[in-house]
Design a protein around this ligand. Structure first.
Ligand SMILES: [Cu+2]
Length: 131
């Protein structure tokens, strides 16, 4: 009986911890390019509006890459009665990572490309989602 109470107690504490972690990193997207691992973190999953994204770039040894130049493009293919849209979002360097305000100004299909430029070479990390 005591054991069951203890187990229940531990379960509740673990659930709280899990919930706290999940809340802190509500959205995480990991992408791979030839030379890098790119991790995008945001407080919320993509939504219509201005999304603040933190972008972490790592080399294949897991070391942070902090001297690259990043650019992010958001593209929406043509929709009925609407031409295609393409936006370049400026990216700023913040300490050991990068940040950008991604303005997803309407619902629909979005294709995102993160351009990572370093030593004169550009690599692209791509993903997409529906809003
Ligand atoms: Cu559209």
């Amino acid at each position: 009986m005591r054991n069951a109470v203890l187990k229940g107690f531990i379960f509740v504490i673990l659930s709280f911890l899990l919930f706290a972690c999940a809340k802190k990193e509500a959205y995480k997207k990991e992408l791979e390019t030839q030379s890098y691992k790119v991790v995008i973190i945001s407080e919320k999953p993509p939504f219509v509006g201005i999304n603040r994204w933190k972008i972490y770039v790592y080399d294949k040894n897991g070391n942070p890459v902090t001297d690259a130049k990043l650019k992010i493009n958001g593209y929406m293919p043509p929709m009925p009665g609407m031409p295609e849209m393409s936006f370049d979002y400026p990216v700023e360097k913040v300490k050991d990572h990068y940040e950008s305000d991604i303005n997803l100004n309407m619902g629909g299909t979005w294709q995102i490309i993160v351009f990572i430029e370093k030593d004169g070479k550009v690599e692209k990390a791509k993903f997409g989602f529906n809003l």
